[in-house]
Design a protein around this ligand. Structure first.
Ligand SMILES: [Zn+2]
Ligand SMILES: [Zn+2]
Length: 155
């Protein structure tokens, strides 16, 4: 048996903490859909906007593939994605969380003045402020600020 990739190890730790992880490929975006799921042929996963019977075993459909099930995470269908993964993302809404993604110093200054204090995590360019509970995700609610919760992924 080959050594478990660092990405998969991180993912299993997140899953154990109740946070559904997802592999990201080069460019830090989710892996593309497999042939059976390409171009909406399968309609998407049951927890997406348009419920469908897609039961694809591969990590298709971006955030919708994120899961805390270790059997799925360590399955052969996910193995190549973990080998090629450059980062691990997670689905905040699936862990009953909302992440306020602050992309620059001005956004962080705004958050310090405006938002209730909470747990924060440093990112490449800014900070993630993490809150309990879910809400609708929204990009660019103001300059440098995204809200990531349901139907989104964060890293
Ligand atoms: Zn698929
Ligand atoms: Zn599908």
């Amino acid at each position: 048996m080959s050594a478990m990739s660092a990405a998969l190890r991180t993912a299993l730790m997140l899953a154990e903490a109740g946070v559904p992880p997802l592999p990201l490929r080069q460019g830090k975006v989710p892996f593309g859909n497999c042939r059976n799921c390409a171009d909406g042929a399968c309609g998407g996963r049951p927890n997406m906007k348009n419920p469908s019977p897609c039961t694809c075993p591969a990590p298709c459909h971006g955030w919708a593939a994120a899961t805390t099930d270790p059997t799925v995470l360590t399955s052969p269908a996910w193995a190549s994605a973990w080998r090629e993964a450059v980062a691990v993302a997670y689905h905040p809404g699936g862990a009953d969380l909302t992440v306020v993604d602050l992309d620059n110093a001005a956004a962080i200054a705004w958050a310090r003045e405006t938002l209730p204090a909470t747990q924060t995590v440093g990112t490449t360019r800014g900070e993630h402020w993490i809150y309990r509970g879910t809400m609708r995700s929204a990009n660019a609610v103001r300059e440098g600020v995204d809200i990531k919760s349901t139907m989104a992924y964060a890293r």
